[in-house]
Ligand binder design. Structure first.
Ligand code: PEP
Length: 253
């Protein structure tokens, strides 16, 4: 179901104590100040999922996501975390295909298709990331690359299942750089993605899929980005680590 979503990607940051403080602060600010109904998600390091789940409470306004999961069901895969483990903790979301995983851990479209499948099999909602590096944008290959990334990892899904996916468009040149896509660039690329979904699944299905923008979203630019008709919220890295800043971003959705 298409809805406004603001997801924070904490990446590999914070000690347990710091994580508790950050989550407690944002929880308090959200309770006091946030009127809108956007879905709020903290995508936190694996070790903090259960503690933060307890801290946020059942039926909480804020829910949790992991930042990755294994493509394997279970077994001898030292250091990996499975989708069924996440499910057993009651974690509803998982980021898949973040550009840092593509870049530093060699994750490609085929592998991500397997991760998408296993996450869905266990009832998790993938937040599937796509995005082009700077050189691809500069050579005008961004639309083709994004379509290919979406196709490779998602187009094997049937009509009912694709609607369970959240997509995050995150131009790599905008991640952690302070260089945000303009709202027009974001809107244009979200239309490219939605049209591509529509070509395969039909307009009604494409209209049901939330497409988030990610890349240096902050309190100052969130409102303009989130007001674009095809931008259904954001995946936020650095600014999700600051309670006041993240709360202001949530209020912009
Ligand atoms: C991200 O890591 O998904 C991200 C968008 O990071 P930042 O907001 O820091 O650019």
């Amino acid at each position: 179901m298409r809805q406004k979503i603001v997801a924070g990607n904490w990446k590999m940051n914070k000690t347990l104590e710091e994580a508790n403080i950050l989550a407690t602060e944002i929880k308090g600010m959200v309770a006091d100040e946030v009127k809108g109904s956007a879905q709020i998600i903290f995508c936190v390091p694996f070790p903090y999922l259960l503690t933060l789940k307890n801290l946020l409470g059942n039926g909480a306004r804020i829910t949790l996501g992991a930042q990755n999961c294994s493509e394997h069901e279970s077994g001898a895969y030292t250091g990996e975390v499975s989708a069924s483990m996440l499910k057993s903790l009651g974690i509803p979301f998982v980021i898949l295909g973040h550009s840092e995983r593509r870049q530093y851990f060699g994750e490609d479209g085929k592998l991500l298709a397997k991760k998408v499948d296993i996450a869905l099999k266990h009832g998790l909602t993938p937040i599937f990331c796509c995005g082009e590096p700077l050189e691809v944008r500069e050579s005008n290959g961004h639309e083709a690359l994004i379509k290919k990334q979406v196709e490779e990892s998602l187009f094997h899904l049937d009509q009912a299942t694709i609607q369970k996916i959240v997509i995050a468009y995150e131009p790599v040149w905008a991640i952690g750089t302070g260089k945000t896509a303009t709202s027009q660039q974001a809107q244009d690329m979200h239309v490219v993605i939605r049209k591509h979904l529509s070509g395969k699944y039909g307009q009604a299905v494409a209209n049901e899929i939330s497409i988030l923008y990610g890349g240096s979203v902050n309190a100052a630019n969130a409102k303009e980005l989130f007001s674009c008709p095809d931008v259904d919220g954001g995946l936020v890295g650095g600014a999700s680590l600051k309670s006041r800043e993240f709360t202001e971003i949530i209020k912009s959705a």
